[in-house]
Ligand binder design. Sequence first.
Ligand code: ADP
Length: 408
Amino acid sequence: MEIGNLENHVQSEPMEESSQAQISHLALDIGGSLIKLVYFSQNSDGGCSKSSVQVSNGNEGGGPVLEGKLHFAKFETAKIHDCIDFIQSKQLRITGCQHNGASANEKCVIKATGGGAYKFADLFKEKLGICLGKEDEMDSLVAGANFLLKSVHDEAFTYMDGQKEFAQIDQEDLYPYLLVNIGSGVSMIKVDGPGKFERVSGTNVGGGTFWGLGRLLTKCKSFDELLELSHRGNNRVVDMLVGDIYGGTDYKKIGLSSTAIASSFGKAISDNKELEDYKPEDISRSLLRMISNNIGQISYLNALRFGLKRIFFAGFFLRGHAYTMDTIAVAVHFWSKGEAKAMFLRHEGFLGALGAFMSYEKHGFDNLMVHQLVQQSPSASHGGDKTHGPADSELNDNPSINCSIYLS
Ligand code: ADP
């Protein structure tokens, strides 16, 4: 996919999303926990113009340009009917359906990735009359990551000690990198270039583990409630620390401070307490720390295996959550002795859906070409801001992107 020079594009005013806005393209990533949607809506003036914009490498054909926005939305997979209702309410006008004049069941195709693209194919056909055009999950993840890293300004950032800093990514020096996608499970992918990658590792202890185990242990009713609980918790009540073993002192010889966790949940062995004796917030914090730490460590070991300095973390487990990102970043920093860097993506959970969206071009389906994304919508935050707690969750939920689609 060609990515244009961002500065050469005329930026249109962002439109307010409304149910009247014409949704012409939509892609789905139907995962084990969440369904992610990416859809394009044209600007309110119709936004379809003959290209008069100077772009460095886009729209050579001089065809019409659709100007608008990419929107992002997510639903729990267990509530797939809400997602179907949402798509229905958007009065999706798939270009292929309108132009071909073919029966809906035959020709209406929307790109979809993730296991649910197989599992729920019949449901989409039955309820919406659309076929899911299946795209490979890893291909989509990598395409989405490359696209965001190359085209979207202020997409990647580091997070350390409550300080968020946007990273300047040199497009010429992007590869290789390690992509760690923390969804229900975790995939670790070494990315060497566009479409060039290998899934080098993964772990089954991921977002699904945090939410599943956390729900059992705390009786929380939602993921966000569990995350919220973790803010108020103190993991030292549950975890066995080096100081607990060493009588309050550090184990200096091997560089372990007295506050380092020797064993997650280790205090529960000796405390002679039952689950009810622990505060749910302490359990939530300990669990979040255990899983984030573990993922950070395994990621670093894989980066080390292949000599990769940059690790990009994505997936909805992160949820723009300060403590989660901080724990992962500290783990990478600690184990790499400061050599490797953890970076996070603002559109963390939408990589797969974005990659599926991109594949419209790849397959030449309805002649769609997305040449460039211009920049984050103005509501996006800017670099160097301090975020605490879950402050970024809202931002990461639906950060829409202004963009142009070139039709040939
Ligand atoms: P998948 O494709 O496997 O569904 P995601 O990237 O969507 O992966 O991440 C799913 C994980 O995100 C869950 O396992 C959970 O840890 C976390 N999560 C964040 N928000 C929610 C939510 N509202 N409901 C369920 N899980 C959530």
